[in-house]
Design a protein around this ligand. Structure first.
Ligand SMILES: Nc1ncnc2c1ncn2[C@@H]1O[C@H](COP(=O)(O)OP(=O)(O)OP(=O)(O)O)[C@@H](O)[C@H]1O
Ligand SMILES: [Mg+2]
Length: 238
């Protein structure tokens, strides 16, 4: 079992979108995913409502600083991955969620490079390590990247962050209509119709690469249902 928190104190960085992409991709591979929705806009819970039951996905709504540790404890045998969607705020919930995570992902918009909200989370992680000796693995994922942006421009951003010893995922989340539409239509990228959404295949490839990278970084032992789906075994460190 592993807990992954998406955190950026700046609103609109792409946290909720990334949460949904990762969760649905992990679920498709047979992992049991519980999403803890602490976003005051409840986008994930609304998506879950309009989608109906999605195999391997459970959503817990109205997560607070007090309820978060209780949910993690009570649900620990029911989930392979807990994915936490935080509000775009710097508050006690942020500190609590970070403290309970195996990995913190900081989505930062690759195009505008408006990294201030991300920097606050990185500072908090640094502070926990320096002052309390609590080291929580973390990475930045670049989000809403323009599909036409050159590899070179993106590499510059990655180099800049790695100069500051911040690890950046190889896969950036691209700006795609499918990633917006999924919240209106419900379901997953697999259940969307290619004739209704432009570049659905590219969106699926992107989400798949993102999830595979996260599965390598935060591996969880395969459940029976995942192996029966025929995916490659993931080496477990859990
Ligand atoms: N990769 C993407 N492609 C297309 N649209 C995106 C992408 N990522 C985010 N968006 C859009 O940007 C807006 C903000 O994204 P999202 O809700 O995921 O951010 P957030 O960090 O969760 O925001 P908040 O802090 O308000 O909870 C939404 O309208 C969403 O549909
Ligand atoms: Mg959100």
């Amino acid at each position: 079992m592993a807990t992954i928190t998406f955190a950026n104190t700046k609103g609109g960085a792409g946290k909720t979108t990334a949460v949904l992409l990762l969760s649905t991709e992990l679920a498709r591979r047979g992992y049991r995913v519980t999403i803890l929705d602490a976003d005051p806009q409840h986008w994930i819970s609304r998506w879950h409502e309009i989608s109906g039951p999605v195999p391997n996905i459970s959503v817990i709504d109205f997560v607070t600083t007090t309820s978060l540790p209780i949910h993690l404890k009570e649900e620990k045998d029911k989930a392979d991955y807990f994915i936490i969607d935080l509000p775009g705020a710097r508050d006690t919930l942020l500190a609590t969620a970070i403290g309970l995570s195996d990995h913190v992902l900081v989505p930062i918009q690759g195009c505008a490079m408006d990294a201030r909200g991300g920097a606050q989370v990185l500072e908090l992680l640094h502070c926990l390590a320096q002052r309390a000796g609590i080291r929580i693995a973390h990475s930045v994922v670049l989000t809403r990247v323009n599909p036409l942006v050159t590899t070179r421009a993106l590499q510059t951003v990655k180099d800049l962050l790695s100069e500051r010893q911040v690890s950046v995922l190889e896969t950036a989340i691209v700006e795609r209509a499918a990633f917006r539409d999924i919240f209106d239509c419900g379901g997953t990228l697999e259940t969307m119709h290619p004739s209704r959404v432009s570049n659905l295949d590219k969106a699926q490839e992107n989400a798949c690469a993102f999830a595979e990278e996260m599965m390598r970084i935060v591996p969880v032992r395969l459940t029976a249902s995942a192996s029966s789906l025929g995916y490659d075994p993931i080496r477990s460190a859990a």
